[in-house]
Design a protein around this ligand. Sequence first.
Ligand code: 13P
Length: 333
Amino acid sequence: MVSYKELGLVNTREMFAKAIKGGYAIPAFNFNNMEQLQAIIKASAETKSPVILQVSKGARNYANQTLLRYMAQGAVEYAKELGWEHPQICLHLDHGDSFELCKSCVDFGFSSVMIDASHLPYEENIALTKKVVDYAHQYDVTVEAELGVLAGVEDEVSSAVSHYTKPEEVVDFATRTGCDSLAISIGTSHGAYKFTPEQCTRDPKTGKLVPPPLAFDVLDAIMEQLPGFPIVLHGSSSVPQEYVDMINSTGGKLPDAVGIPEEQLRKAAKSAVCKINIDSDSRLAFTAAVRKVFAEKPGEFDPRKYCGPARDLMEELYKHKIINVLGSNGKAE
Ligand code: 13P
């Protein structure tokens, strides 16, 4: 058993309390490899933004849980080296799907876990979430739960249709489970194809898809039921069209990829939404930068020469999200 406190990490409790009061959201960036982690930490240290490093079950399988743990520990030291005196870094399990996985992460030094039992019947979701909360809280590890179903595909999590969170259930759910934050479904979706062309309209000038708006009325109703309670938005990549164009113009094939417009995320960040999950945008930036290098220099075979530019582009993306979308810059001086 390793406590996250020994690793210099923090849980989400204080981060979220400050974010709700301050009208901003904490970025939750997924990572699987060194370049992503370096870019996240550099962007957070330079902007002095609290940050949540997210590890999915797929990332644990890909990168090895021991390595990821030590990488997160190293990230705290790296942040200090970069001149961030008091880094506020949370290591969070994204979409935990069983008690055993959540327990293993708590025991392994994670400071926060998500138990996603949203696909189960309501009472089973409550029972499993409560079991995780009871365990995690003994070690002061915070727990995110989910009510409602997001559409889209993300690692092992996929659903063809979304079901909005029912505002009439949230008080009962939060009270009976004791969870620290609640992921809700209001129209965001995992992956780079968040909406089908049929769900969108098309901008006549650019030919690009314009997605339907998020259900802010459902968010408002949830906030009315649970005033001041931390709300989480998954599936919040905006799928920047410049990356999609870079990919498509260098031999890639991502037709009609579409995300959540950033102004909607900015609006959400000012409310009780205090954690916004972004993974696909970083994947797109990485891929776009690597493809550009290969298109321009087909003879390149030193991974540093294509992973380096990918890292730079991801850092730029993370800074942009922190400063221009979430507003979390300067909140962890
Ligand atoms: P995106 O696919 O929109 O980046 O969402 C990531 C996410 O919600 C991780 O849990």
